[in-house]
Design a protein around this ligand. Structure first.
Ligand SMILES: [Zn+2]
Ligand SMILES: [Zn+2]
Ligand SMILES: [Zn+2]
Length: 136
């Protein structure tokens, strides 16, 4: 696994303390993180606005992507190498464990879904809820 300074360089991002801390936190946890998890995890070294801005930058650059949790809660997870500044390229399934509460990116493609005539699919979010491999 690459360290955060190298990753930041790959994505042509200047290394700042907040970027390093937040990216390291993502690398350490391998599940999707909510804004509050990140704030708590980096022990309030940075204010909300800094965390928010850093996440926005990471999203725009293709380092992290949004994960819609149940009840519409928003989380973020690290992207695979396919994502760049020009866009995100993934259509994988997300899995929420009802025991530990963690949401993970699964290396499983969202199946093709046939829509009624006249409907055009844009972004697809598929969240499966169940018991993860750690809890099962
Ligand atoms: Zn992505
Ligand atoms: Zn679990
Ligand atoms: Zn994902």
């Amino acid at each position: 696994m690459n360290g955060s300074p190298q990753l930041l360089k790959e994505f042509k991002l200047r290394s700042t303390p907040s970027r390093k801390a937040i990216l390291n936190f993502f690398l350490k946890k391998n599940y999707a993180l909510a804004h509050a998890d990140i704030e708590k995890g980096i022990a309030s070294h940075f204010d909300r606005v800094t965390v928010y801005r850093t996440l926005k930058t990471f999203l725009d650059k293709g380092l992290i992507h949004k994960v819609l949790d149940d009840e519409g809660a928003l989380k973020y997870a690290l992207c695979t190498e396919a994502c760049t500044i020009t866009g995100h390229h993934h259509d994988h399934v997300h899995f929420k464990c009802v025991r530990c509460g963690q949401t993970n990116c699964l290396n499983v493609e969202v199946p093709q879904i046939k829509l009624p005539k006249g409907y055009q699919a844009g972004e697809i979010n598929l969240l499966i809820q169940g018991v993860c491999s750690n809890c099962g």
